[in-house]
Design a protein around this ligand. Sequence first.
Ligand SMILES: [Zn+2]
Ligand SMILES: [Zn+2]
Length: 318
Amino acid sequence: MWRRPILQRLIAFSWFGILAVAAFAFEPPSAADRAKALGSLENEPAVLQRLLTPDEDFAPLRTPGPGDWLTSHPERGQTFDGYCTVGFNRPTTSRNVIYLLPLGEFPADNSPPLEDLRVYAEAYFQLSVKILAAIPIDEDKFTPRINDYTQKRQLCSMGIINFLKTQLPADAYCLLGVTMDDLYPSPLWNYVFGQASLKSRVGIYSFARYDPAFFGDKRSNDYRQLILQRSCKVLAHETTHMFGLPHCIYFECLANGSNNLEEADICPHQLCPVCLRKLHFNVQFNPVTRYEELARFYHAHDWDDDARWTDRQLAKAK
Ligand SMILES: [Zn+2]
Ligand SMILES: [Zn+2]
């Protein structure tokens, strides 16, 4: 369940999280619940009304399976009206840049291209995104260990969060550390994909586990596209939290929680009408420009399904 304020969020849990016993069973929302979550659109501009009206492009949330996020974390969701009445960070004229700070090396064969991540985040959030000069891994600061299962080096995400707090540029809306090192939040945990402090506006995300070779699996011919898709997805998902969006329980949506890589892979790249309305309310972007820029990215990278989906949204806006 989402409670405010949640200042420290752990992203994608180890099996300790998966085994958590649910206090109540999750009930998939009804059509009436989804309509209530979206709220009345009558005061929104006509174009936004057309883009936010649920249709076949927005699938209702599937019933979660035994290992899925909502089975072990039965969240209650947050309506658009609920979002508007709680406090959340929001860009200002003097703090409006999303910074990406690479920590350590980004080897070409297993890393997402940072410039692609930058362009994607800029389109997704309609804010300026800048890449800072990479900082080498400081083994004294980040408490490395060797993971028992993978036999690979991991860094302590908590130490990185504390470091990032000291690196926040004056005009930053948020500072997102990115790394190809695997992460762990505390000695009891197996791993995390990332961790963030919403109050301090910093987060750290690892892309280490997105290459099939990390687990000793065979890479497909298009594995580099898979790495980019997974990395863009986690970057966009976690950055929505930076704008105060909790997990979505209404539609299949980028903002859905996920327990593991398999569930994250099912998650769409797109925001549902409820979550898009929240992000728009916060950032106040032009939704057509946003879809145009996303469509350009999807076409350029041959993400065919997303390109077609986004083209359909642009057709609706006309
Ligand atoms: Zn999340
Ligand atoms: Zn959503």
